[in-house]
Design a protein around this ligand. Structure first.
Ligand SMILES: C[S@@+](CC[C@H](N)C(=O)[O-])C[C@H]1O[C@@H](n2cnc3c(N)ncnc32)[C@H](O)[C@@H]1O
Length: 342
């Protein structure tokens, strides 16, 4: 039976959770001289990264957060300091808060990881702090698999049930849930309709865990798992839909194009790709949880949040047509594309 929709959506939770990045964003920018540099000369993210020798992906993710917080103003893709930042966030200002943020930053793991992401000086393998390093190698040990899968399940459960109340999935029968984690999306689809079957394509340790979530949900007759490394092994055929939740946001544009191509090649003609992602709006500057989530991806993965035009370009590069999106639950959307039929 399809579980009832939560009585309120989870946007308030995301607002509170993502606000954790506010202090590291300020403390890292101070430590790395970003405010001082922009005071000397306003710059685009690309120009600033080049000027200071920093990683452009991380700088591109950081500046919209600082802008949202009121420290930068952006005109024509160029960022300059606001009066607030000029008064309180320059090292040589008499009212500088550098002392506060230097101490606060020192106490935060996210500050250290953000500095590493921006400078590119990653001292050592960060293990559970940067799971995408293990995902890329295709090897995730059970300790990490348990922590990360419980984390994903926790932030995806409401969105999984929510999407089944807002999106019409009636045309879809056999779903391959790529990187499906705990399986919460497949479980929600199975609960929606007894005629649907889903397979979770995951790394071996996560499949073991997903099997437990599936059994606990009582949908073992409709949902199974297949242990496949999506980068190194062939994808199974016979599915009329490929569902990716929070997968594209972990990877570079080029890797996303490869994932889209693998999906296109394995899908049945006339099949559908569905990307469940928190989309950036307004040229990548809003809404706040999505820009902060993008910064989190900059710290812990090889990716970022996308705008619809960016995902459309990626899917069309693989051959998908009719790429569109609609809001599915809270801040999340589903982007769909069709593989032309024969
Ligand atoms: C951000 S989580 C998303 C989990 C789930 N779809 C959700 O939205 O809650 C990314 C998932 O991709 C899986 N993954 C990463 N690299 C993979 C690979 N090489 N092959 C198969 N799955 C992989 C991870 O194990 C992880 O569960």
């Amino acid at each position: 039976m399809n579980p009832v929709l939560p009585v309120v959506d989870d946007t308030g939770i995301w607002d509170a959770w993502m606000s954790m990045l506010n202090v590291p964003a300020i403390s890292a920018a101070l430590e790395l001289g970003i405010f001082d540099s922009l005071e000397k000369e306003p710059a685009s993210a690309e120009l600033l990264a080049k000027r200071l020798g920093y990683q452009v992906r991380a700088v591109r993710a950081l500046l919209p957060v600082l802008t949202y917080l009121g420290f930068l103003n952006e005109y024509d893709d160029s960022y300059k300091l606001s009066p607030l930042a000029r008064t309180y966030l320059l090292e040589n200002s008499p009212y500088s808060y550098a002392g506060v943020f230097s101490r606060e930053g020192r106490m935060l793991v996210r500050h250290k990881l953000l500095i590493e992401a921006i400078t590119g000086n990653k001292e050592k393998h960060a293990g559970r702090d940067r799971p995408a390093e293990s995902w890329e190698s295709g090897q995730v040990d059970m300790e990490m698999a348990k922590e990360v899968t419980a984390f994903m399940h926790s932030h995806s459960m409401a969105a999984a049930v929510g999407m089944t109340h807002s999106i019409d999935f009636s045309a879809i029968r056999r779903v391959l849930d790529v990187g499906g984690g705990s399986g919460c999306f497949s479980i929600a689809l199975a609960n929606l309709d007894k005629e649907k079957s889903c397979t979770i394509l995951e790394l071996a340790t996560i499949c073991e865990l997903a099997d437990e979530y599936i059994a606990d949900a009582g949908v073992s007759g409709q949902v199974d798992t297949t242990s496949i490394d999506m980068f190194r092994e062939p994808w199974p055929n016979g599915y009329d839909a490929h569902f990716f939740s929070n997968i594209f946001h972990d990877w570079s544009f080029d890797t996303c194009r490869e994932l889209a191509k693998s999906s296109f090649d394995a899908l049945e003609p006339g099949g559908k790709i569905l990307l469940h992602e928190m989309l950036l709006h307004d040229g990548g500057k809003m809404p706040y949880p999505a820009i902060a989530f993008s910064l989190l991806m900059g710290i812990g993965t090889m990716g970022q949040q996308f705008t619809l035009p960016q995902l459309r370009e990626i899917l069309e590069s693989a051959g998908f047509v009719n790429v569109n999106s609609c809001n599915s639950y809270g801040y999340y959307s589903i982007v769909t594309g069709d593989k032309p039929g024969t």
